[in-house]
Design a protein around this ligand. Structure first.
Ligand code: SAM
Length: 243
């Protein structure tokens, strides 16, 4: 298909990803609830719990989009802490900033437009970095992981929440069916853009499985890398420490 972006040059993939998120930004939150039947809220809750975040921490919510995780972190780190919501896409960032500001989340949040591959922060800056449903969109994932490692403080933790590969053949069948029929259909209905949701479905299928991502994190320098499967392994939360 013309969304076989594995074969297209780097800048083109980046442009394609940009188009997708500019196109869906305004309807992103309602689509998330629809597509996951609301379950993404549980995956995110678990991510916060596993992060071990504490008051005063400095957190980077990378590919943070409309700020679901940022919101939760902002409450916990409090006035002495800080959350940086970073995203490559100005539309997503704008929707996030407006939403969080309207809901009263102000004072300890910063918004930064940045590419995960080239993070514009000093070495050893953050206690925690999260990247939720973002890594699969990044062109050079290894470079991005190295960049995250660099800006984490020693003792800091990276949490990668992402679609993964289920070993259950029935679940896999059901998911394939769902992602190539219902998902683009809903995308079309809500955002009038089924192509973007076809891209999303395809990017999910091509994302590295649990063990591969674990190895990539280790290669980038992370220690004690573990992962937890959720929803039968359709989604996994990887965690690694910078010693
Ligand atoms: N983390 C949010 C969540 O879980 O709801 C948003 C996830 S959304 C599916 C993926 C986000 O990744 C988009 O906002 C997109 O702009 C961002 N993104 C894609 N490529 C990126 C890159 N190279 N660097 C930073 N952000 C990127």
């Amino acid at each position: 298909t013309h969304f076989g972006y594995k074969d297209v040059p780097t800048e083109e993939k980046q442009a394609m990803v940009a188009d997708v998120f500019h196109s869906v930004a305004a309807k992103y939150d309602v689509m998330n609830d629809l597509m996951s039947f609301g379950v993404h809220r549980l995956w995110k809750r678990f991510t916060i719990d596993m992060s071990g975040v504490r008051p005063g921490n400095k957190v980077l919510d990378l590919a943070g989009g409309t700020g679901d995780l940022t919101k939760k972190f902002s409450k916990i780190v409090g006035p002495s802490g800080k959350v940086v919501l970073a995203d490559i896409n100005s539309s997503m960032l704008e929707v996030g900033r407006e939403r969080l500001t309207n809901e009263g989340y102000v004072g300890n949040i910063e918004y930064v437009q940045a590419n995960a591959q080239y993070l514009p922060f000093e070495d050893n800056t953050f206690d925690i970095i999260t990247i939720a449903f973002g890594l699969r969109n990044v062109t050079d994932k290894d470079e991005a992981l190295r960049s995250m490692f660099r800006v984490l403080k020693p003792g800091g933790r990276l949490l990668v929440l992402e679609f993964s590969q289920t070993k259950n053949p029935l679940l896999k069948k059901a998911y394939d069916l769902y992602s190539f029929t219902a998902l683009p259909f809903m995308g079309k209905l809500v955002t009038n853009d089924s192509e973007s949701y076809k891209y999303l479905a395809e990017s999910i299928r091509m994302h590295p499985d649990q063990e591969t991502l674990k190895g990539m994190m280790q290669d980038a320098g992370f220690n004690r890398v573990t992962y937890h499967n959720m929803t039968g392994g359709m989604v996994a939360l990887h965690r690694g420490i910078k010693v």
